[in-house]
Design a binder for this molecule. Structure first.
Ligand code: AMP
Ligand code: GLY
Length: 426
């Protein structure tokens, strides 16, 4: 069969790498792809958000399945357009992708489906927003309603700071995304993410992962898209995954289906796990990046029948996915300066050498080839050095052994990815 993957980051490299291993796949395309993806798929020069061009390409090439990586094309209606012309697609409709695009939508869904989450209020008037602070105790969690490139959440420690932040957010600090504000109770606990495949009416758990959002060692510095991740997670074992499916994922799937906006694709539940179990912080309508990279490394089953079953509503007939039981970790190498301003075009050497290490795969995020075939950085997050092992220690050591073979003066990585898992496993 012919498959088109949409996107060009580390998540899409991992998806292409895994899909390519399936005996069911004849031809694999990726739009737009990157230098690493070009080793496993034919890259097509169409942007991930160019919905009309993607649809035209899928028709011209008679694509059998489109797999959408990032959220933007989902929110823009790529899945709806493809479904309307009978092309199977892995990824939710624009209406169902609101679980990620609107925090207020998800909070209201939690109310209707009785999903455990932080108490909240939704405001379009700053005075009402400030009055609601009376009902909470600090720190306060303020969220721009719309998509704000992962930056729309601010957690002020004091009432005074919260009030001035409300004024800034509601007067356009995050553009339109912040005009509607969600204010939440602060949840205590440890964060983890559980991923589930969904076909509109049923869901199947994948595994859990934890990422490191801060830029620097010791979980210090500014928030980023994720500087590394590991799986499994000591804090979200089988019991927590089960509870997440029963109390969070399935109620959402049933409610969305009953309301005429069935959810298919992967549902990413960002959780705060406290003493009373998992509570939902956010849903995303896609795989996590870099969490997807470790999911693909740990997955033993052929992924393609599962992606197809999600697209066609036949997930209920599929056997559970089998997984590599021990640990996987991914270390993000980013351009110096990320998540602030950074240089593009610096040369990276040693990736092939790193890739020869046992149980190691280096996924590319922002990379491209130079005129003489040399590898160049082409984004903020650039490489995801991913490794498996029989223990967290083994996986982490392998990943850093591979990192040390990569010669890239223009980049940096954290040296402590997985520290929580190492601590918990003694
Ligand atoms: P979100 O974009 O909703 O995932 O929020 C970004 C980050 O803010 C999360 O990963 C948490 O670290 C933190 N956060 C969000 N909501 C809460 C909450 N209700 N209580 C505590 N921390 C939160
Ligand atoms: N790594 C976090 C995310 O993909 O949203």
């Amino acid at each position: 069969m012919k498959i088109l993957v949409v996107g060009g980051g580390g998540r899409e490299h991992a998806l292409c790498w895994k899909i390519k291993q399936s005996p069911l796949v004849g031809k694999l395309y990726c739009a737009p792809g990157n230098a690493g993806i070009a080793d496993v798929a034919e890259c097509v020069d169409i942007g991930a958000e160019d919905v009309p061009a993607l649809v035209d390409f899928a028709i011209e090439q008679a694509i059998d399945l489109v797999v959408v990586g990032p959220e933007a094309p989902l929110v823009a209606g790529l899945s709806d357009r493809l479904r309307a012309i009978g092309i199977p697609v892995f990824g939710p409709s624009s209406a169902a992708a609101q679980v990620e695009a609107s925090k207020a939508f998800t909070k209201a869904l939690c109310d209707r489906a009785n999903i455990p989450t932080a108490r909240y209020g939704k405001f379009t008037d700053p005075a009402d927003a400030k009055a609601f602070l009376d009902e909470l105790s600090p720190p306060y969690v303020l969220k721009a309603d719309g998509l704000a490139a992962g930056k729309g959440v601010v957690i002020p420690e004091t009432r005074e700071a919260a009030e001035s932040e409300i004024d800034e957010m509601m007067s356009g600090k995050f553009g339109e995304a912040g005009k509607t504000l969600v204010i939440e109770e602060f949840l205590k606990g440890e964060e983890a993410s559980v991923f589930a495949l969904c076909d509109g009416t049923t869901a199947m758990p994948l595994i859990a992962a934890q990422d490191h959002k801060r830029a620097f060692d010791g979980d210090e510095g500014p928030n980023t898209g994720g500087m590394g991740a590991y799986s499994p997670t000591p804090v979200a074992g089988h019991a927590v995954i089960r509870k997440t499916m029963d109390e969070i994922v399935m109620p959402a799937i049933r409610t969305l289906a009953a309301e005429g906006t069935p959810y298919s694709g992967v549902l990413y539940a960002g959780l705060m796990i406290g003493e009373d179990g998992p509570r939902l912080i956010e849903f995303n309508a896609r795989f996590g990046d870099p969490e997807c990279q470790i999911l693909m490394m740990r997955m033993l089953s052929d992924i393609v029948p599962y992606l197809q079953a999600c697209a066609t509503g036949e997930l209920g007939q599929m056997p559970p996915i089998s997984w590599h039981g021990s640990a996987a970790v991914t270390v993000v190498m980013a351009a110096n300066g990320y998540p602030g301003s950074y240089e593009k075009g610096t040369e990276i050497k040693g990736v092939e050498d790193a890739n020869t290490l046992d149980q190691v795969t280096v996924f590319h995020a922002g990379t491209k080839r130079g005129t003489s075939g040399e590898l160049l950085a082409n984004g903020g997050r650039v490489l995801n050095v991913t490794a498996k092992g029989n223990s967290y220690r083994e996986a982490i050591d392998r990943a850093y052994q591979a990192v040390d073979r990569i010669d890239w003066p223009g980049g940096f990585c954290r040296r402590d990815i997985g520290w929580r898992a190492l601590k918990a496993s003694g």
